[in-house]
Design a protein around this ligand. Sequence first.
Ligand code: DP6
Length: 390
Amino acid sequence: MSTDKRTITVRAPVNIAVIKYWGKRDEKLIIPLNDSISGTLDMEQLCATTSVAISPSFKCNQMWLNGEEVDMTANERLFRCIQEVKTMVGTSQWPADHHLQIASRNNFPTAAGLASSAAGYACLMYALCRLFGVDDAERISTLARLGSGSACRSVYGGFVQWVAGNDHQSSIARQILDEEAWPSMRVLVLVVSDHRKDTSSSSGMKSSVETSDLMKKRVQDIVPQRITQMLTAIKERNFHDFAEITMRDSNQFHAICQDTYPPIRYMNDVSWSVVSLVHYFNKLYGCNKVAYTFDAGPNACLYVLEDVVPELLALITAIYGKSESKLEVQGIEYKKHPELNDSLQKYAVVNACPGALKYVISTKLGTGPQVLSTSFDANCLIEESGGIKK
Ligand code: DP6
């Protein structure tokens, strides 16, 4: 292979777990204590885009994140991921005098508080591997895991299971169903107005492993059963069961956060109001029509079937929309729901919380990472002569 200047630009998706990863058995290799399952979201609404270029004319390795230069040597995990690729491809493909330039950005505001490390590391490792001709998804996923655990799931589309394993080789993600297999599945991300700085997932889970008694029960007894039940629900497209397991698992994850000493609080009052509205909505229907799940922050992620979205969005707008302007919904559009029934109308009035949501992102399941270009064209975030495009 030529060792001249080369580049690649790829994009990678965000994923939202329905059975949470929380706790590592190995901090360095990022081996989790339990299996987890997630849905990969459509990149049209949420994705990371990364360009990687290698050239003998670049003076040093450099990286930019959302336009800001970052110190690559200061981030141990990032440094390690890049070293792993370097060792894997060898000096014939990556000569010692060739340097890397990396530019990455998200298509959603960092202020949205959505976990971006999963998309970011999946994107970086996919880009680096593909730049050197490595296209084995399992290998890419394993490398992405070293950057951020949940990133290993973003290498696949649809529903994905991360099998905990017990070493670097056996801790792998695999696809359960592709993005087309449950076509009516939709996702609404409710971005909550909140300026509090969260405890990072990495330090939060470390603290839970060290101090939570509930955590042991979860890892040993509860998650193994839930994984089996969730795999069945997904394979049978059983939304009712899927929703119940998803909500129970989110609740348990946050219970463990509370059982951590000192306790960690990610959900706020608005998050809890979303929990109440989902249970009210489901009770009214007599079965589960919507499922909530919350990660290490206050934003709610709702899994819901397509036919229910217009009514649900009407309810969410009635509760959280500012009186003067409606609630902004970005992404997939739906036709307007005619009118809320009396029960929902009353619920919205009693529980009105105008302005508590910043906006809603309306999306669905999507594919794994994609290559956008292999030249210094308009997609590429890096100039051919080096440096990021303004
Ligand atoms: C709550 O993957 O961000 O989103 O491996 O330390 O980088 P590190 O943690 P990270 O943790 C994600 C935790 C979670 C649940 C999940 O996505 O499964």
